[in-house]
Design a binder for this molecule. Structure first.
Ligand code: 3HC
Length: 372
């Protein structure tokens, strides 16, 4: 199956980014959403990002114009019927995704692949009502899709091998590194990083650090581009909470993965990150411009302040323990878990590469015993 046209359902950050990526790699993309306003906002965001590429000299004005022309913005799902592959990137809601998949399954010829970009919902359940479940799989991109090198390929049990190979070749043609993972809640990256985000919220709730101190510690010691608070804002406080809740429920509600009360409160207050101009930080033109003073008022005063090394030791331990669990469950190899975390979240080291030497482990143990 030769793929030329890609249908994308949902013109939010991920859907828009996937359409931009496909168009930039020579595919023709049809981006669908339910309202003209959503599509206009997506077009503006995509074209601004393409223009930045021209300003930086990464692409020529001609190539930029061609990429822009390669994206059609459509208001009817029927307009995706002739696409060679369809990627669904709608809101993380099982009922909504099931409805979209039932409609796509009826619209798109049975030899074509339909993929979901779900972050955490079971792919098998998303396609449960489809007549052709053998062409349904997960193709999970990371934000921003044009930049992040990883794609997680999720194989639900009824998937036909030929469709898997078609989708895998497509992801490779997009320039991505592919890891294969079973249809388990959160797959690799979102599962392994879940306790990392939760631990960050708990450290704030316990008054052991501030937003800025924790982010600075993790950037400096963990070699990541953004600390956990900046990353939660970037992903979207609400999106991140929805993923945590889905994984928590999907794994039988284990205490360690329980969503933090602080995060639920921040979502209720609409502190959702750059898309609304405020989250943990305030944003101007989507760039962080200081901590959000309203969030600082909610946080308890800092007592028993932890030094940067101890903060990073807490977060690193959370990642490492979850990665061990995922590996022991037989979900993925250690190598794929390392690759996925490195390329899916731009960490400088994968979970099994962090604290691999004895000296580091002893130092980390010292921090935990010193806190008691
Ligand atoms: N589209 C296209 N290109 C983009 C872009 C976008 N939306 N955003 C950034 N870029 C490009 C920039 O043009 C720049 O390119 P250049 O190096 O060739 O000039 C490059 O990316 C770096 O961007 P900036 O210089 O503007 O800013 P940073 O150096 O701070 O990088 C970042 C931005 C790539 C977002 C970096 O901060 C990062 O890697 N953050 C971590 C992101 C992450 O962890 N994502 C995964 C989240 S989890 C997820 O998505 C799963 C989901 O299921 C929830």
């Amino acid at each position: 199956m030769v793929i030329k046209t890609v249908g994308v359902v949902g013109a939010g950050t991920m859907g828009g980014g996937i359409a931009q990526l496909c168009a930039g790699r020579g595919f023709s993309a049809k981006l669908y959403d339910i309202s003209k306003e959503i599509l206009e906002r997506a077009k503006e965001r995509i074209e601004k990002s393409i223009d930045t590429g021209v300003t930086k000299g990464k692409i020529t004005p001609e190539a930029a114009a061609k990429t822009k022309r390669s994206i059609a913005y459509v208001l009817r799902l029927e307009d995706l019927a002739a696409a060679d592959i369809v990627i669904e990137a709608a809101t993380e809601n099982l009922g909504l995704k099931q409805e979209i998949f039932s409609r796509l399954d009826a619209l798109v010829a049975s030899e074509r692949v339909i993929a979901t970009n779900t972050s955490s919902l079971p792919v098998q359940e998303i396609g449960a009502k489809a007549k052709h479940p053998e062409r349904i799989l997960g193709v999970h991109f990371f934000n921003p899709p044009p930049v992040m090198k990883l794609v997680e390929m999720i194989r639900p049990p009824r998937l036909d091998e030929k469709h898997y190979q078609t989708a895998k070749k497509f992801a490779l043609d997009l320039g991505k590194t592919v890891v294969e993972v079973k249809d388990v809640p959160g797959f690799i990256v979102n599962r392994v990083l879940r306790p990392y985000y939760i631990e960050a919220f708990r450290l704030l709730e316990a008054g052991k650090t501030t937003i800025k101190e924790m982010d600075e510690a993790v950037v400096k010691l963990g070699g990541v581009p953004m600390g956990p608070c900046a990353l939660v804002d970037f992903i979207g406080m609400d999106v991140n909470l929805a993923v945590t809740s889905a994984i928590f429920d999907g794994l039988g509600r284990p205490e360690r993965l329980k969503p933090a009360a602080l995060q639920e409160q921040l979502v209720k207050l609409d502190y959702l990150g750059p898309k609304v101009g405020r989250g943990f930080y305030l944003y101007r033109n989507r760039r962080a411009a200081g901590e959000n003073p309203e969030v600082l008022k909610i946080l308890p005063p800092v007592k028993n302040r932890l030094p940067p090394e101890a903060l990073w030791a807490h977060l690193k331990r959370a990642i490492r323990q979850e990665a061990e669990m995922l590996f022991n469950e037989g979900t993925a190899t250690k190598e794929d878990i390392n690759t996925a975390v490195r390329l899916g979240a731009n960490f400088s080291k994968g979970p099994f590469e962090m604290s691999s030497d004895e000296e580091n482990r002893n130092r980390d143990r010292h921090y935990f015993s010193a806190e008691k």
